[in-house]
Design a binder for this molecule. Structure first.
Ligand code: 5AD
Ligand code: SF4
Length: 457
């Protein structure tokens, strides 16, 4: 294949260089990539490399990539091209490609983009500092091994200061949905040990976290042993974390319907710190499509599961993921997805056009759906999802709720934070990042609610 080459000029002069003094990590895609990006930043900081100030050149740029949909890889090549041609910054930086595109297409990246010094997969980034040392000597290094637990053991202590933090508890996926690359890029399901997680949570809380979101591709498949050697699942881990002083909110994402255990559902009714929010993807409302997707659940079993959550926690806000235009999806089958949306009334949701991923079974299935059909279905689905999100937000108006302040708003004096139901709330007044304030909900928008600081706060 005659592939275009990028940054060839720099490769020709790739020679020993100085150790980078500043870095920038650009993370794309899911929250786990955000977490990985933070951990890489912490490692670079440990090595004495500091984050480049906003708007200034960085000596090292880490592109932490996502492979889940669309032409993510093409985007990486254009980012590399912009970096080497002086369009993103004045001086071409050392470039490291991390994340799932690195895992899936590492060799091709090295062949196509000579300006890339380092390719590092999501389970190998703990070795980034050593790889950089080699890159400084002029070597081009690739590491896409998958020893996930070793990675966590060799990462430095958490230092991130923020009121909200992510904590990866589980990685990888054994479900093999026929459209998805995750089992190939992130590897098999592994759970991090209980004591490591409690330890990391403590560090995050000491550094100022008041809310922790537990992350995993199938977070509810997490399992471990507590300090007395008893088997624990995610519900038990959440109950243990809830005992930590200083931690006020616990969330978790993303779950699979088939790994849901009774104790986790019960925890929603029993653990105050566990927020009333559940992200539970269904992907399609049609059983034939679900079967072709290898989801191993039906629309009905999914609805029954949600009902159990609603019984445990009646005000729970529901969220989901949807794919339209899976190969062979008929109009009637798509309408089943619209029906399930009408039935559930999600507070929030993510919806995507099916994107064939190389190496996955669905990519070679017959009856791939035309782009225009997918566009039309996505639009119709999103109209309903937006309707329900707006309705959910309107349902909050008139209530007072606790908001954890996460950052400043666009205008002076404005603050942005989250309600217990993960609604974005903004308000003006006397507050600080990290405050938990009472806010009266005043006006609902599609994506956020405007509030005003409650007199009682
Ligand atoms: N095409 C479109 N959407 C996808 N997702 C995963 N793989 C694909 C694909 N090939 C969506 C699913 C999943 C979310 C993280 O991304 O909805 O839940
Ligand atoms: Fe992908 Fe399915 Fe695993 Fe989710 S459960 S990561 S969609 S294979």
């Amino acid at each position: 294949m005659n592939l275009p080459r990028f940054g060839a000029k720099r490769a020709a002069i790739m020679k020993p260089t100085e150790t980078p003094k500043t870095y920038r990590v650009k993370s794309f895609g899911c929250q786990m990539n955000v977490y990985d990006g933070e951990r890489m930043a912490e490692m670079l900081a440990e090595k004495g490399i500091t984050e480049a100030p906003e708007g200034e050149d960085a000596d090292l740029v880490v592109l932490n990539t996502c492979h889940i949909r669309e032409k993510a890889a093409e985007k990486i090549y254009s980012d590399i091209g912009r970096l080497t041609k002086g369009k993103t910054q004045k001086k071409a930086p050392m470039i490291a490609v991390a994340g799932c595109v690195a895992q899936a297409e590492g060799e091709e990246i090295m062949a196509r983009a000579p300006a890339v010094s380092v390719v590092v997969g999501p389970q190998a980034y703990h070795r980034l500092p050593d790889m950089l040392d080699k890159a400084v000597q002029g070597e081009r290094v690739t590491d896409t091994d998958m020893p996930a637990i070793a990675k966590f053991d060799s990462l430095p202590q958490r230092k991130r200061r923020s009121p909200t933090a992510f904590l990866t508890v589980q990685e990888g996926c054994d479900k093999f949905c026929t459209y998805c690359v995750v089992p190939y890029t992130r590897g098999a399901e592994i759970s991090r040990p209980y004591s490591d997680l409690i330890g990391e949570a403590r560090k995050l809380i000491e550094a100022g976290a008041r809310e922790i979101t537990l992350l995993g591709q199938n977070v509810n498949a997490w399992s471990g042993e507590d300090d007395k050697g008893r088997a624990v699942r995610l519900g038990g881990l959440i109950r243990a974390l809830a005992k930590l002083d200083g931690l006020e909110r616990i969330r978790y994402t993303t779950s699979h319907p088939n790994d849901m255990e009774d104790d986790l559902i019960a925890a929603h009714g029993e653990v105050d710190k566990l927020m009333p929010y559940l992200h539970l993807p269904v992907q399609s409302g049609n059983d034939r499509v679900l079967k072709a997707m290898n989801r191993a659940h039906t629309a009905d079993s999914y609805l029954r599961l949600l009902e159990r959550f609603r019984q445990a926690r009646p005000d729970i806000a529901l969220s989901g993921d949807f794919i339209v235009g899976f190969p062979g999806e008929t109009e009637a089958e798509f309408e089943d997805t619209l029906s399930i949306v009408d039935e559930v009334r999600y507070a929030q949701a993510y919806s995507f056009k099916y994107s064939p991923r190389p190496g996955t079974p669905a990519a070679t299935m017959d009856n791939q759906i035309a782009k225009e059909v997918m566009d039309d279905r996505l639009q119709r689905l999103q109209a309903r999802l937006n309707r329900d999100q707006q309705a959910f937000n309107e349902g909050l108006v008139g209530k007072t709720c606790k908001v954890l302040v996460e950052r400043k708003g666009k205008h002076a004096g404005q603050w942005l934070g989250k309600s217990p139901w993960l609604t974005s709330v903004w308000f003006e007044g006397d507050a600080q990042i990290g405050d938990m304030v009472e806010v009266d909900m005043v006006e609902a928008g599609g994506n956020s609610v405007r509030g005003s600081l409650s007199a009682a706060a």
